[in-house]
Design a protein around this ligand. Structure first.
Ligand SMILES: NC(=O)c1ccc[n+]([C@@H]2O[C@H](COP(=O)([O-])OP(=O)(O)OC[C@H]3O[C@@H](n4cnc5c(N)ncnc54)[C@H](O)[C@@H]3O)[C@@H](O)[C@H]2O)c1
Length: 293
């Protein structure tokens, strides 16, 4: 019988990858009282990560959202290293937030499995790689799952916990409880589906918005108004596409189509047209909307 995880055994945490997500996730763990090591192959990324955490936590203290003492204690709980495996040897929970490449994640999971104590959970923050594609790189598929934070992780309350076919109930319950102890609102997924729950909802809204616009039912500005004022969304689907990047939306759909072969997964013709015109959204000054400056 494999040793099963338990929330009482989670003391030290390792976050692998100190990019946009790993940086803030590390700070979330530290603020919740967990000693956390953040690791990255790239020392410059670690340096940037440390600076960003200091900046963000200082701002929380300045705004009175956290006391100076809380922030200082959190910063004191954070360590940084380029040696993920050495750090893994004493950890109770690994949250992998490295670059979104299956080959890299599989190698990491194989190495982490060798290095980490038997009881440790290996969770991935991946948005598109389900842990069933990583579980067999390890000898502990029952202690592998997705723990999916949203960007920016310090702010967003949602954490999706997604089991693969081997994930044990103890792993799911421990990860859900850990998310609660971080002050987050976990969402339990009983099976893997592309996009998990939140991004699927968002995708359905975006697809419907694109259909309404293409059919001439309403202009994109008006559809955004409806999403904001009737549904209470902070921004409409077209504003969101411009923020995320038309190129990003386009390429994600292309890769979804490559995986499924389903023509319904191809980028919408309106998005393809913007992409071909180089109208990538805010980053190029033009997308659905025009941006000054
Ligand atoms: N960016 C988002 O909005 C978002 C939201 C939710 C989930 N995610 C997921 O989070 C993960 C990370 O995304 P990100 O946007 O932070 O990426 P990022 O590119 O900002 O950072 C990735 C970091 O991983 C490091 N890295 C690469 N290989 C490594 C290895 N073998 N060991 C240690 N570090 C390594 C890189 O040096 C880089 O600093 C991805 O799996 C992504 O799907 C991203």
């Amino acid at each position: 019988m494999n040793p099963q995880p338990s929330i009482d055994a989670v003391h030290d945490v390792l976050v692998v990858g100190s990019g946009a997500m790993g940086t803030q996730i590390g700070a979330v763990f530290a603020l919740a009282g967990y000693p956390v090591t953040t690791s990255d192959l790239d020392p410059a990324a670690l340096e940037r990560s440390r600076d960003e955490v200091h900046r963000r936590l200082d701002r929380l203290a300045e705004k009175g959202r956290r006391s100076r003492e809380e922030v200082d204690a959190a910063l004191a709980r954070m360590a940084y290293t380029t040696d993920s495996l050495e750090a893994a040897s004493t950890t109770d929970f690994v949250l992998e937030a490295a670059v979104e490449r299956l080959d890299i994640k599989r190698q990491l999971f194989a190495d982490l499995d060798e290095a980490a104590p038997e009881h440790a959970i290996l969770a991935t923050n991946s948005s598109t790689i389900p842990s069933s594609l990583l579980m067999d790189a390890t000898g502990r598929g029952d202690r592998v799952c997705n723990m999916h934070f949203f960007n920016p992780a310090l702010v967003m309350a949602c954490v999706e916990v997604v089991r693969n076919p081997l994930t044990s109930d103890a792993t799911v319950e421990t990860t859900l409880e850990l998310a609660r102890r971080l002050g987050k609102q976990p969402v339990r997924l009983n099976q893997e589906v592309p996009g998990f729950v939140a991004n699927r909802l968002l995708g359905a809204l975006r697809d419907e918005a694109l259909r309404l616009e293409a059919d001439g039912v309403a202009g994109f500005e008006d559809i955004d108004v409806a999403a904001r004022t009737a549904l209470g969304h902070p921004m409409g689907p077209f504003e969101l596409m411009d923020l995320v990047g038309i190129d990003v939306s386009y390429l994600i759909r292309l890769s979804e189509h490559e995986q499924s072969g389903d023509p319904a997964d191809l980028p919408h013709p309106s998005v393809q047209k913007l992409y071909e015109q180089g109208r990538y959204g805010r980053k190029t000054g033009r997308g659905w909307y025009e941006y000054a400056g």
